[in-house]
Write a protein that binds this ligand. Structure first.
Ligand SMILES: Cc1cc2nc3c(=O)[nH]c(=O)nc-3n(C[C@H](O)[C@H](O)[C@H](O)COP(=O)(O)OP(=O)(O)OC[C@H]3O[C@@H](n4cnc5c(N)ncnc54)[C@H](O)[C@@H]3O)c2cc1C
Length: 439
């Protein structure tokens, strides 16, 4: 096996184009429309007017919706190339929307493609892939998130309809969505992983009530800047064919969705961390203290070195995970995806913190992007599942195949191993005379 870290020249040309395009044409959108929900606000005519021609240029370059396989009209670049592109897109809030790779729409498109009927694909998948509408994923509930076995939002059949009743929490972008993918308990008596089913609910269906759009750090509820909906489904009626996947298959659909989302998020985080490191280095050679540059002090050099080392480790982990997804049997990357998710939250926290520290008071203000990125730190360890749960996945993978030690002591216990080593080479140890002073 050969590990080759070079990029094909044709694809490198595309990456170079994307890097220039994002810096010059897309990053201005981040300044004009800076809230996390803004890229999904289909009602904002001004931002949409800027967005449309930018998307056309991405399509002309063959870089639209690069997460898709060829069967969905994508280019089939695979995850490694997607990782390289996402590093560039991760530098900007708007870039994923401009390039057709923004979550949660990407994950929703994936499950529609995997589990949808032809009719569902025509009605929901195609417009989603074309970027014509926005969708939401409605799984987390007010009383439970990390453990879906605690969900209680119910759905039952009445005639040829399903009736959905219950509450959901943090359904991102629901306020802009044309449809929501909702997970509900359809068979409370079944085994925990077979209790739930997934439904496609058009947003205008009677009974879909957005209680409020919850604002996260840095967003103001008073100005209605929140985009994570607290939703009540009041006996919402959908036709029988609104179910996505099989009855009782909701858990499997959710699992299929989340793996891709997590690793794509990690790819973009590499890009955001790189941008913070670039800022750190620029500041270190621009600012002076006690007659020398900040970068000439050992403390700042340590900040820069640690950030560079940790970022390189994260980047290699993410690329290795992407390579595993591309080349190994389905499911092989599970533990690596969880590892990437855990690592990304920690590395992002550490690098953004150091970047703020190096910029002093200025780093804490809204006059640099760092303060906004810092507000996103806790989200990294929560969205798409908490760090603790992903750690558990990594550990469980290792513990599952581990064997207990034979006997009282660990298999690496030195006394019996030394005894065995002496026996193994006894014939030589006995024949060759020991140096003077040894026996
Ligand atoms: C910005 C953002 C966007 C989101 N978008 C969506 C969305 O579009 N749709 C959607 O359905 N959800 C969404 N979520 C919700 C997200 O998936 C949940 O926040 C996440 O699954 C954790 O659930 P919870 O918040 O209820 O925390 P809980 O489940 O209450 O967990 C709280 C804490 O308890 C600890 N914990 C939990 N379980 C374990 C365990 N097994 N072992 C050890 N410790 C544990 C962890 O420290 C964890 O952080 C979003 C969240 C955020 C922050």
């Amino acid at each position: 096996m050969v590990f080759d870290f070079s990029v094909e020249p044709e694809f490198q040309t595309k990456l170079d184009w994307a890097a220039r395009f994002v810096a010059e044409e897309v990053e201005p959108l981040d300044l004009l429309f800076p809230h996390s929900g803004d890229p999904f606000d289909v009602h904002n005519q001004k931002s949409r007017a800027i967005l449309r021609p930018l998307r056309e240029r991405v399509k002309e370059q063959g870089l639209w919706a690069c997460h898709l396989g060829p069967e969905l009209g994508g280019h089939g670049y695979g995850q490694v190339k997607l990782a390289l592109l996402n590093e560039i897109l991760g530098r900007s809030l708007w870039a994923p929307t401009v390039f057709g790779t923004a979550a949660p729409d990407t994950g929703n498109a994936e499950i529609l493609a995997m589990f949808g009927t032809n009719e569902q694909k025509k009605q929901y998948l195609q417009p989603l892939l074309d970027g014509d509408l926005v969708s939401a994923f409605s799984m987390t509930e007010p009383q439970a998130g990390a453990d879906p076995k605690e969900f209680v939002c119910r759905a039952w059949q009445e005639g040829d309809e399903w009736v959905i009743d219950g509450e959901k929490w943090f359904s991102s972008n629901a306020r802009y969505a044309s449809f929501l993918i909702v997970m509900a308990v359809t068979d409370p008596e079944a085994a925990p992983h077979r209790r739930m089913s997934m439904f496609i609910v058009p947003a205008e269906t009677p009974g879909v009530e957005i209680v409020r759009n919850v604002a996260t750090m840095g967003e103001r509820s008073s100005l209605d800047e929140g985009s994570h909906a607290y939703i009540r489904y009041n006996q919402v009626r959908v036709p029988a064919d609104a179910m996505l996947g099989r009855p009782g298959g909701g858990f499997a659909v959710a699992q299929a969705r989340l793996g891709g989302g997590r690793i794509h998020h990690a790819m973009r985080t590499v890009g955001k961390c790189q941008r913070a490191l670039d800022m750190m280095v620029e500041r270190a050679v621009s600012r002076r203290t006690q007659g020398r540059r900040l970068g000439d002090t050992q403390a700042v050099q340590a900040f820069i070195a640690d950030s560079s080392i940790e970022l390189t480790q994260l980047r290699l982990l993410v690329l290795y995970t992407a390579w595993t997804i591309d080349t190994q049997p389905h499911g092989s990357a599970r533990s690596l995806i969880a590892s990437s998710k855990v690592a990304m939250a920690k590395v992002y926290h550490d690098i953004i913190h150091r970047a703020i520290q190096i910029h002093g008071a200025l780093g804490t203000t809204g006059e640099l992007p760092l303060a906004g990125w810092w507000q996103h730190v806790p989200v990294m360890g929560l969205a798409d599942g908490p760090t603790e749960v992903h750690r558990f996945t990594v550990a469980k993978g290792l513990l599952k195949t581990a064997e207990p030690a034979d006997g009282l002591f660990p298999s690496e216990h030195i006394p019996p191993k030394l005894e065995a080593a002496r026996k193994r080479y006894a014939h030589i140890l006995e024949d060759v005379p020991a140096p003077a002073g040894e026996n």
